[in-house]
Design a protein around this ligand. Structure first.
Ligand code: PBG
Length: 310
């Protein structure tokens, strides 16, 4: 009876698995603050994508960890950069069996750790960054991404990337915009996963959302849709269920939510101590995200949840 009348149906079809691929490693490396998640090399990445295909997970999103970082994040758009190489190989091997998304940002590739280009005084230069994002989007599309997902929270990024893609015939490549991405303390384990440290102990408060605001996020979402976003996203998820619900009430494009590294790590840590049943808490949280209105959920539990839900 409960099954028959359930109002929320979480399914494997809702899940997107974030995957990390690191340049120059012989075998996959564990990430200590994300138990069960690894930095892949190209070989282990292929095995993991095959496993996700077999589990029925409909999409993955790739993050790259380059060997060398510089001021402009050259590796993010280099055709031989780790993510482009990985995208090429995954697309060649799996074709359209799984949706291939690429996180589009500079922070994994810059030596200062910011998501954009930085002026001599250390502040992020929004407008100068837009041209770089367009270049990165083109490189990812050329390498085989079905979807590019700008996560840098620069104003105008969606329009700039869309214009870049369309100018080169990549009008079929979709944009999943991280539209309401908060300056959150929950990204800590992710920064270990991609080896990012913001120079001088800085933060992203000048470009990511203030946790105190929700109306501002609705404006960000409306702007991204007006600029051509095909899907939009709220991030983190559990701490921002109200934002997901508010977004779901106003948008008519697919709505994503990112259950982020800190949200995953908290469940794993408490479960390890025997304080909670980690699998049940994870499923409860993913269900809550769906109930709040998300259509797709980026989660490090994707493979586990696919098995639980089958
Ligand atoms: C930026 C980016 C971040 C995450 C996804 N894309 C980190 C940040 O903004 O500092 C965080 C994801 C997570 O914590 O799981 N490229």
């Amino acid at each position: 009876m409960r099954r028959l009348v359930a109002e929320t149906r979480l399914s494997v079809d809702d899940l997107v698995a974030p995957l990390f691929v690191r340049e120059g490693i012989d075998e996959a490396r564990p990430i200590s603050s994300l138990p069960g998640v690894v930095q892949h090399n190209l070989t282990s990445l292929m095995v993991e994508v095959q496993r996700l295909v077999d589990l029925g997970v409909p999409a993955v999103i790739l993050f790259g960890v380059p060997l060398a970082k510089d001021a402009v994040g050259t590796g993010a758009s280099d055709p031989d950069g780790i993510v482009q190489v990985a995208l090429n190989q995954v697309r060649e091997r799996f074709g359209d069996q799984i949706v291939l998304m690429a996180d589009l940002c500079l922070d994994e590739y810059t030596d200062h750790g910011h998501c954009g280009l930085v002026r001599p005084d250390g502040t992020v230069d929004n407008d100068a960054t837009l041209d770089r994002y367009a270049e990165v989007g083109l490189a990812q599309a050329a390498a085989g991404a079905h979807v590019v997902a700008p996560s840098g929270m620069m104003d105008g990024q969606v329009g700039a990337i869309r214009a870049g893609l369309d100018s080169r015939g990549f009008d079929d490549v979709s944009i999943l915009a991280y539209s309401a991405k908060y300056a959150s303390a929950l990204y800590g384990p992710f920064r270990e996963a991609v080896d990012v440290e913001i120079v001088g102990g800085g933060d992203r408060t000048t470009y990511q959302q203030d946790p105190r605001n929700v109306a501002e996020s609705m404006r960000e979402i409306a702007l991204d849709i007006a600029e051509g976003a095909d899907m939009i996203m709220v991030k983190p998820a559990i701490t921002y269920l109200d934002v997901i619900a508010a977004a779901s009430a106003i948008v008519d494009v697919p709505l994503g939510a990112y259950h982020v590294s800190g949200e995953y790590a908290m469940i794993k840590a408490a479960a390890e101590r025997g304080w909670i049943d980690g699998d049940r808490v994870a499923l409860e949280q993913l269900t809550a995200i769906k109930r709040a209105g998300a259509d797709l959920i980026l989660t490090y539990f994707a493979a586990d949840a696919a098995a639980w839900l089958s």
